[in-house]
Design a protein around this ligand. Structure first.
Ligand code: PMP
Length: 482
C-alpha cells in the first residue's frame, strides 16, 4: 500500500480539482479551523482537503500528494494510515471501544502503563516513575501535572506553595492552565487577564548565546538565573515545567542538556517538582526515546542514568499519531500523597475519554513498531541524512542558523543572515514559504520565520531530497518578496 502512492500523478486532473473545490466550499460553510485567521481562507491561506494518508504522504482530493514535513502537528511517527496501528485499533474497536475508567479497568490501559513506566527515563539513585494518569490531549496532560503538583503540597500541609515556574519562550498548550505557563505572546497575550500568574525564568536557548559563548555556558547562565529566582521565592513554588532540549512552538529552539542536569539539582535543593513536558519531544523525536535521556547523570555509586522528572507529560506521538491520548507519569511518592480517607484529597480530575481503549491500543501498536522496526536505530541514519541535506542551506544569505535535534531540523531566516536582523513581521516570510512549499507538494508549516523539518520517521531518501530541494526553493521565493 505504501509503495503504490509513489506512482501517483502529481499533475492534478480537472475532475479531482473540482472534487477538492467542492470539499473546500463545504468546509468553509461549516468549519472553524484551529490556529487560523479564518478570514485568510482560502485566498491568502490555501485550504487543502485531504482524502487519504499513506506513509509520509498526504493525498489530496485535488489529486495531488503532499509530503508531510511536520508530521501533522508533530503527532505522526511511523507514517499515515500505518497498517499495523490501523489494524490494532480496528481489533480493539470490535472488542471494547470505551469504558469509564473510574471504578473500571481494561487491559490496554494497564499494559500501556506498564510499558510506559518501563521505558521512562530513569535517574540512578532516584525512585523511578511508578504511576500513570491518563488524559486525552497534550494540554489536558499539562493541566493534570500542574494540578497534581499544586494539590500534593496542599495535602502535605504546605498551602503556600502555589506558584509555577516556567521558561521564557516555552509552550505547553492552549487551555487556560497550560497557557498560564506558556510564553508565546501570540497565543497568550489576549487571555492574560484570565491567567494564573506564573514566574518565568530565562530560556537556556542556545540561539540566544552571547557572541563566543558556548551552548553549554549559555545554558548554565540561564540555570544561574533560575537559581536566583528560586532564592527570591522560598517555599512559594510547587513546580517548574519545561520542554527538555527543544522548545518547539517557540521556534524549534534548542538547548544544551547541561541545563536539565542543573535544573534537576535546583529543583531538589528547593523542594520543587520538575515537570518535563515531552508531549512533542517524546517517542524518539529528538534522537533518544525521551529528550531527558540526553541529560546523562551518573548515580551516587557511578551508575549510568539520566535526569528523571517528578512528572512526565506525554501525548502527540504516544499513539503513533492516530488518536488523542495523554499520559502523565509520576513517582510513587506523589501518588501516595493523595491516599487518604478524604475524597477532597484524592485527585478527582477526570475526562470522559480518560484512557480510551482504542487510543491505548494504538499506543501499544506504536510501541511494538519501535521494537520490530528498530526505529531509534533507523532514525539515527535518517537524522544523519537530514543533517547532510540541511548543511548546504547554512550558507544561504538569509539563513542565520541551522540546528538539529534528532529528527528535527530548523532553519532560522533573517534579513541578511545575521541573528539580529529579523524580517519585519508584516512581510510574513513564513507564510510565503508555506505557500511556496505547498505549491511544490510539501507541507512545511513555519513558526514565524523559522522553517523546520519534523517528518514521519518512515520518510525515505527520495522524500528527504524533495523536502530539502523544496525548502531551498521556498526560502528563495519567500525571501525574494520580503
Ligand atoms: N506541550 C507541548 C510541548 C506541545 O508542543 C503541545 C502542542 N503543540 C502541547 C503541550 C499541547 O498539546 P495539545 O495540542 O495536544 O493540547
Amino acid at each position: 500500500m505504501h509503495g503504490r502512492t509513489h506512482e501517483r500523478q502529481i499533475v492534478a486532473d480537472p475532475a479531482a480539482a473540482q472534487s477538492a473545490a467542492r470539499w473546500r466550499a463545504r468546509d468553509l460553510e461549516v468549519l472553524w479551523h484551529p490556529c487560523t485567521q479564518m478570514r485568510e481562507h482560502p485566498d491568502i491561506l490555501p485550504l487543502v482537503p485531504i482524502e487519504r494518508g499513506d506513509g509520509a504522504w498526504l493525498l489530496g482530493y485535488d489529486g495531488r500528494r503532499y509530503l508531510d514535513g511536520v508530521s501533522s502537528w508533530w503527532t505522526n511517527l511511523h507514517g499515515h494510515a500505518e497498517p499495523r496501528i490501523a489494524e490494532a485499533i480496528a481489533r480493539q474497536a470490535r472488542t471494547l471501544e470505551q469504558v469509564i475508567l473510574a471504578g473500571f479497568s481494561h487491559a490496554p490501559a494497564v499494559e500501556l502503563a506498564e510499558r510506559l513506566l518501563a521505558l521512562a527515563p530513569r535517574q540512578a539513585g532516584r525512585a523511578p516513575l511508578a504511576r500513570v494518569f491518563y488524559a486525552d490531549n497534550g494540554s489536558a496532560g499539562v493541566e493534570v501535572a500542574l494540578k497534581m503538583a499544586f494539590h500534593w503540597f496542599r495535602n502535605r500541609g504546605e498551602p503556600g506553595r502555589t506558584k509555577f515556574v516556567a521558561l521564557e519562550n516555552g509552550y505547553h498548550g492552549e487551555t487556560l492552565g497550560a497557557l498560564a505557563v506558556g510564553d508565546i505572546p501570540l497565543y497568550r497575550r489576549i487571555y492574560a487577564p484570565l491567567l494564573a500568574e506564573a514566574l518565568f525564568a530565562p530560556s537556556p536557548d542556545a540561539y540566544l548565546a552571547a557572541p563566543g559563548e558556548s551552548a553549554e555556558a549559555c545554558a548554565l547562565r540561564a540555570a544561574d538565573a533560575l537559581a536566583d529566582l528560586f532564592d527570591r521565592h522560598p517555599g512559594e513554588i510547587c513546580a517548574l515545567i519545561l520542554e527538555p532540549r527543544l522548545q518547539c512552538a517557540g521556534g524549534m529552539r534548542m538547548h544544551h542538556p547541561a541545563y536539565l542536569r542543573r535544573v534537576r539539582e535546583l529543583c531538589d535543593a528547593n523542594g520543587v517538582f520538575l515537570i518535563a513536558d515531552e508531549i512533542a519531544t517524546g517517542f524518539g523525536r529528538t534522537g533518544t526515546m525521551f529528550a531527558c535521556e540526553q541529560a546523562t547523570l551518573a548515580g551516587p555509586g557511578g551508575q549510568e542514568g539520566c535526569v528523571a522528572p517528578d512528572l512526565l507529560c506525554l501525548s502527540k506521538g504516544l499513539t503513533g499519531g492516530f488518536l488523542p491520548l495523554a499520559a502523565v507519569l509520576t513517582t510513587q511518592s506523589i501518588y501516595d500523597g493523595f491516599l487518604d480517607d478524604s475524597r477532597e484529597r484524592a485527585f478527582l480530575h477526570s475526562h470522559s475519554y480518560t484512557g480510551n481503549p482504542l487510543a491505548c491500543a494504538a499506543a501499544l501498536a506504536s510501541l511494538d513498531i519501535f521494537g520490530s522496526d528498530d526505529v531509534l536505530v533507523r532514525n539515527r541514519a535518517t537524522a544523519a541524512r537530514m543533517a547532510a541535506l540541511a548543511a548546504p542551506l547554512a550558507g544561504h544569505r538569509h539563513v542565520a542558523d541551522v540546528r538539529q535535534a534528532g529528527m528535527v531540523v530548523a532553519f532560522e531566516l533573517t534579513r541578511d543572515g545575521a541573528r539580529d536582523t529579523p524580517f519585519d513581521a508584516a512581510s510574513r516570510v513564513g507564510l510565503h514559504a508555506y505557500r511556496a512549499a505547498l505549491a511544490r507538494g510539501v507541507l512545511l508549516r513555519p513558526l514565524g520565520d523559522v522553517l523546520y523539518w519534523m517528518p514521519p520517521y518512515c520518510i525515505d531518501e527520495a522524500q528527504l531530497q524533495l523536502l530539502a530541494s523544496v525548502t531551498a526553493e521556498a526560502i528563495e521565493e519567500a525571501t525574494a518578496c520580503a
